[in-house]
Design a protein around this ligand. Structure first.
Ligand code: PEP
Ligand code: MG
Length: 312
């Protein structure tokens, strides 16, 4: 077969019929952000702050945190950068975050839940993010990982807004958050789907187990139905619904996600050109049709076949 080169991304994500879908970068440090900026990412949809401090025994000081965050913000002057607060625990343990001994760490004290046992840690991180934002031109948003209830989102938003951070969101990584998305929008400004964890928790399949990879697949119709539910909740209030899990970097699935209501997609910089090219060839109507077909499918094989037939 003839090989067609993927054209470079021109910096404006959109569908064939002109629906804007900003394509953003996932980053873990300043170097990733610079790579994202070179790839013309339209901003950062997920800054995994825990990646800055993975090897650390002690909590980084506020000044050290400001320095780490500034490095990422500096790569995107004038652009949106979504800073995720520490997602510690389970697959990303941090020595300085007290999660305790747990039999099931993926179901334990992780992500935003660590603020229940160490609220000062979250407060100091929000202080650092607010201070870094004040020193840079990026449009900074904060986002909490592993949210399951509206009360958690409301508490997070209150802490962030008390520091003058205007754009506050939460990740949708649990089925509960997807089902409550309409009510989450009462207390926060945006949501972002973490499809890696959403697939893990929807399918009850550990994302670290290769033997369960077929279950732990974002093409699972049940996962896409939950995404579509969040998408509808966002559309009803004109709220933004990002996707920042690996699903966004699969070109066909990216089109399905747009059809399910995703308003922006965030991914590793190297994935952007192929996703951009797929969207440029696809109308919003085709995206919607593909999303409906995936939600109606019996399994991942049928979902992929149905989407490919509509999108290729
Ligand atoms: C996700 O769960 O999809 C996500 C983006 O967060 P992480 O991969 O860092 O858990
Ligand atoms: Mg996650």
């Amino acid at each position: 077969a003839e090989r067609v080169e993927t054209p470079p991304f021109d910096g404006t994500g959109r569908t064939a019929d002109g629906q804007r879908v900003p394509l953003l970068a996932n980053v873990g440090k300043a170097g990733d952000a610079e790579e994202g900026a070179r790839a013309l990412a339209e901003g950062v949809g997920l800054f995994r702050t825990e990646f800055c401090f993975l090897g650390r025994a002690e909590e980084p000081s506020v000044d050290e945190q400001i320095e780490a965050y500034r490095g990422v913000l500096a790569a995107f002057p004038g652009k949106r950068v979504v800073v995720r607060t520490l997602d510690a625990g389970s697959d990303k343990p941090l020595a300085f975050v007290p999660t305790g001994e747990e039999e099931n760490p993926a179901l334990g004290v992780r992500g935003l839940r660590t603020s229940w046992v160490a609220p000062g840690l979250l407060d100091r991180q929000l202080d650092a993010i607010a201070a870094a934002a004040a020193q840079q031109r990026a449009e900074v948003a904060v986002m909490a990982p592993m949210v399951a209830t509206v009360a958690e989102a409301a508490d997070f938003a209150e802490r962030a807004r008390a520091r003058g951070i205007e754009h506050v969101g939460v990740m949708i990584e649990t089925p509960s958050a997807a089902l409550l998305a309409d009510r989450l929008f009462d207390v926060i400004d945006f949501v972002s789907l973490g499809t890696n964890d959403l697939a893990q928790y929807t399918m009850a399949a550990d994302r670290l187990l290769g033997s369960l990879a077929a279950l732990n697949d974002p093409w699972q119709p049940a996962v896409v139905e939950l995404i579509a539910r969040a998408g509808s909740a966002g559309a009803a209030v004109g709220g933004s619904v990002g996707v920042c899990g690996e699903a966004a970097s699969d070109p066909l699935l990216a089109a399905v996600l747009v059809g399910a209501g995703a308003t922006s997609l965030s991914m590793a910089a190297r994935a952007i050109p192929a996703v951009a090219a797929q969207l440029r060839e696809t109308t919003l109507e085709q995206c919607r049709h593909a999303a409906e077909a995936v939600v109606a499918a019996r399994d991942t094989a049928e979902a992929r076949t149905a989407a490919a037939a509509i999108l290729r």
